[in-house]
Design a protein. Structure first.
Length: 473
């Protein structure tokens, strides 16, 4: 049974392996058994497996919004200009960079729109590391490359291996199609049985000079359902996002212009609507609404809170954040309390919007600990200083709990031990194992002297107290 349990745990862990993504959020590799659907005939959402299109160049930058106020796909297939590049499987800050094409999506390669003149090509290898259109810099301009515009015939090749891709070697390469003036795009679909094995695919321009100049892309396939769920989890965050605070899940007040995929935008939006307050509530105008996850009197909030408590360890302190309910998931302006609550007591039943951030490391010599972050993108962890707590609070210094967590001995216990060791009379045996009478006599004399001193103090004490008391009258 132990072996079976271990194997299941390994399988689940492998299924939740997160990969790097060109559009900024990692795809999750899972295995599903279903088929992709036509959105119009089935009425299914793209989060449920309806076919959708992904642009080979991610989403538009600057944003170009569709009828749902969501940024549109950028399918431009051209020679990078040196300021941006397609991902080539090169190492980035978080590992190799690949574009993630999700199951039930069609990857689209299109001629650039309105192209004119020669293409500027920067052959500086230092620009191959990432896509960044925000930078400006001087660079040599090379005008020896073939023109790529909306009328170009561009054959898209699937390369045989990563090595062939890196070297622009077309041995055993497969043609995926060719763009032209009347058919400006080539569309590539992944397996429609939703099997995502995490295998990499490599595509490149059939023109070797263009390939060497960077017109190639490394792609991996991720599971659409897991990606939608991952983006939806942002809406489930506590404290909630500003869209839930002001009831903007339809993106009317602030369009979804981020460079995440449409799948991510819709996954977030659907979960946002499920947790949003009534759009007619006054809190929508004052930006003070709570999501259903933050309210103990909703089914969603109560279920979440009770499940959360089952994983609590009340022997570990933390920060009970946002008990005043003013923060959103990015603002970092909620109240902090490192002193009065435990994991089980801090939550929506205590205060709507409150969240427990468990301490993860400590510094016993300073009586401090790092206890979570105040927002989803906070750069530093919050520091709890328990010397600032009221001494009689849960994590105050008059209680043993904080000392147990720090691995320190409670001061009163240490003092009691020292007093006991100091006042214990001991007999000193002689070399034959009998009691040394001179030592016993010394102990008796010391004891008698001590008793006499105590009697003298007791005699003098009333007078002394009278004098001290008179001084404060």
């Amino acid at each position: 049974m132990t072996v079976i349990t271990t194997l299941l745990a390994v399988i689940v862990a492998a299924a939740l392996f997160i990969t790097s993504s060109h559009d900024g959020i990692g795809g999750l590799f899972l295995v599903a058994n279903a088929e992709c659907m036509d959105a119009e005939s089935s009425g299914a959402s793209i989060t449920e497996g309806a076919w959708n299109v992904m642009g080979v160049n991610g989403t538009m930058d600057p944003p170009v919004l569709d009828e749902n106020n969501i940024n549109t796909q950028d399918s431009t297939w051209t020679i990078p200009d040196g300021i941006w590049s397609y991902p080539h499987g090169e190492m980035g800050d978080y590992g190799p960079r690949y574009m993630t094409q999700y199951t039930c999506s069609k990857l689209q390669f299109c001629n650039p729109k309105g192209g004119s003149g020669d293409v500027d090509v920067d052959t500086n290898a230092s620009t191959a590391g990432g896509r960044d259109r925000g930078r400006s810099r001087s660079r040599d301009r090379h005008r020896s490359r073939q023109l790529v515009d909306e009328f170009s015939e561009q054959e898209v090749m699937q390369m045989a291996s990563k090595q062939a891709f890196d070297e622009c070697d077309y041995t055993e390469a497969l043609s995926m199609g060719t763009t032209n003036a009347t058919n400006a795009c080539v569309i590539i679909s992944p397996k429609d049985d939703l099997t995502a094995e995490g295998e990499m695919e490599y595509y490149a321009s059939a023109v070797k000079d263009h390939c060497l100049a960077g017109q190639k892309i490394a792609v991996t396939v991720g599971d659409h359902d897991s990606q939608a769920s991952s983006c939806g989890s942002i809406a489930r965050h506590i404290p909630a996002s500003d869209r839930l605070r002001n009831c903007d899940c339809n993106f009317d007040k602030k369009p979804f212009g981020a460079r995440y995929s449409t799948l991510c935008a819709v996954g977030y939006q659907e979960e946002c609507f499920a947790l949003m307050a009534d759009a007619e509530d006054d809190c929508c105008e004052s930006d003070t609404c709570f999501s259903k996850m933050e309210l103990f009197d909703t089914d969603e909030g109560k279920e979440y809170e009770l499940n959360r408590r089952t994983d609590c360890n009340d022997d570990i302190p933390g920060n009970c954040y946002n008990m005043d309910g003013v923060a959103n998931d990015l603002s970092e302006d909620g109240s902090t309390d490192c002193c009065s609550q435990t994991c089980r007591t801090c939550g929506s039943e205590l205060a709507s919007g409150a969240v427990w951030e468990t301490c993860t490391s400590n510094t016993p010599s300073e009586m401090t600990a790092t206890c979570g972050r105040l927002s989803r993108y906070a750069q530093t962890e919050h520091i709890c200083d328990f010397t600032n707590c009221p001494v009689d609070s849960v994590w105050g210094t008059s209680n043993t709990a904080i000392y147990d967590y720090m691995g320190l001995e409670y001061p009163d216990a240490a003092a009691t031990t020292t007093d006991t060791e100091t006042t214990t009379d001991t007999e000193t045996p002689d070399t034959n194992g009998s009691v040394d009478e001179s030592s016993a006599a010394s102990i008796t004399t010391t004891t008698t002297t001590t008793l006499a001193s105590i009697i003298n103090v007791l005699v003098v004490l009333p007078t002394t107290v009278l004098v001290i008391g008179t001084a404060f009258l």
